[in-house]
Design a protein around this ligand. Structure first.
Ligand SMILES: Cc1cc2nc3c(=O)[nH]c(=O)nc-3n(C[C@H](O)[C@H](O)[C@H](O)COP(=O)(O)OP(=O)(O)OC[C@H]3O[C@@H](n4cnc5c(N)ncnc54)[C@H](O)[C@@H]3O)c2cc1C
Length: 389
């Protein structure tokens, strides 16, 4: 196969970064998880990732032959240059609304290009205006690879089978129902969106991790953290057997570690159900370091682990007599194997950002081997981080 590709050096710095984010959104392994961070690097917020993700999905749906290279490729394809041209013109629309009319992109993608352009303008990201189809040279034999997101949007009706209290601040809710007959999970740490039906078209829905799936009884176990503020936390506090819910999924999940690697797991209580499901499936000889931040000692859950798993419990400690600790600070000053391994981290969004930067810049972790997802964000309802998969 021969394709038209060009040296990436003809792109501006902003174009290169935007391109890296767009490519990461459709790439394999942990790359989609990093896309939000790439967008943040050019001044966009991670919450704006969604519209860029929709754009690249729509582009590939409209044109399955769209030639998208790998996130760190030193080349740029003609298709990618055309997309950058469209985005550049959309981002400068306010400056010159007549530009960009000759860009040939599928019409269904046009609205999304405009939305992305609006996001770029909002973030004051000034893109280059370029014409599509620049001078070309043909380089044969390079193939692209596109991996689509897992997606299961079927809504299943379920009922609460039982409610437990493993620690004072957590409700363990077990859900069952006929609709789970066909339910399957294939990876640890997969999650679903649980909805509180209220008769409206837009019921409250939040993401929760499948802590355990009983494939015989077809029952799903969730550990829901109580935190005073949100509707889902309030619901869990008063949950009773027989309560009706709906759920969609599963999505995401832990995809394993590279050969001869070691594993870092770090989370607050929202990521602990995922860690519990991950450690149940790890090989016995894998070296694992877990850092888990919880309110205090009473919130320490039971975690069944292999001998090579080292756990460090970190207590926020509301007590005035003891110093509080935080996940990112403890991790920063803890000894870890000198060579970067694989990392899986989930906690509050700003904490995740700090830890991810530390792992990449100071601990030698490779970008594609750090899975970092904000599972909630201070001050934001239903925080959506595409990195969760
Ligand atoms: C993939 C994924 C898997 C998750 N798995 C789990 C899980 O297994 N168990 C679990 O407990 N959570 C899990 N979470 C986090 C959970 O979805 C959020 O905490 C969610 O916001 C809770 O919904 P809510 O209705 O209670 O609060 P929201 O209405 O979403 O938020 C209301 C307010 O509460 C704050 N808030 C939200 N969560 C917390 C918190 N944990 N502590 C303190 N303040 C908070 C928000 O900042 C906001 O100001 C997961 C999130 C993701 C993305």
């Amino acid at each position: 196969m021969s394709r038209q590709i060009f040296s990436i050096s003809q792109c501006t710095r902003i174009e290169m970064r935007l391109l890296k984010a767009l490519r990461a959104l459709k790439w394999k392994d942990n790359w989609p998880a990093q896309a939000g961070f790439f967008l943040e690097e050019i001044g966009l917020e991670s919450s704006q990732t969604f519209v860029f993700s929709s754009l690249i999905d729509a582009v590939i749906k409209a044109d399955p032959e769209f030639y998208l290279l790998g996130p760190v490729s030193p080349f740029v394809s003609r298709d990618e240059l055309n997309l950058l041209a469209a985005l550049g013109n959309a981002s400068r629309k306010a400056i010159n609304s007549t530009e960009g009319q000759d860009i040939t992109i599928p019409p269904v993608v046009g609205t999304l290009v405009d939305e992305c352009g609006a996001e770029l303008r909002k973030a004051r990201v000034l893109m280059k205006t370029r014409s599509p189809l620049m001078n070309s040279r043909t380089v044969p034999g390079i193939t692209s690879q596109v991996v689509s997101f897992q997606d299961d949007r079927t809504l299943r009706n379920v009922k609460v089978v039982s409610v437990h209290r493993p620690t004072p601040g957590v409700r363990r809710v077990i859900l069952g129902g006929h609709s789970l007959k066909t339910f399957q999970t294939d990876l640890p740490a997969q999650w679903v969106k649980i909805f509180l039906p209220d008769g409206t078209a837009h019921p409250v829905g939040r993401a929760f991790t499948i802590q355990h799936f009983d494939a015989v009884k077809k029952e799903l176990t969730f550990d829901i953290t109580l935190h005073e503020r949100g509707p889902m936390s309030r619901w869990a506090l008063n949950a009773k057997p027989g309560n009706a819910l709906q759920l969609a999924g599963p999505r995401g999940g832990f995809k394993g570690v590279s050969p001869r690697s070691w594993l870092l797991l770090a989370a607050d209580e929202t990521g602990l159900p995922a860690i519990a499901s991950i450690v149940r499936q790890l090989p016995a000889d894998l070296v694992v370091h877990i850092f888990a931040e919880i309110a205090d000692e009473t919130e320490r859950p039971f975690l069944e682990v292999q001998p090579r798993v080292h756990i460090r419990w970190i207590y926020r400690n509301g007590s005035p007599t003891q110093d509080p600790e935080t996940l990112s600070e403890v991790l920063r000053y803890s000894p870890l194997p000198a060579t970067g391994g694989d990392a899986w981290i989930a906690a509050e969004a700003s904490v995740i950002r700090t830890i991810r930067t530390h792992l990449l810049r100071e601990r030698g972790f490779e970008l594609g081997r750090v899975h970092a997802a904000g599972y909630w964000k201070r001050g934001e309802q239903d925080h959506c981080d595409l990195a969760a998969g």
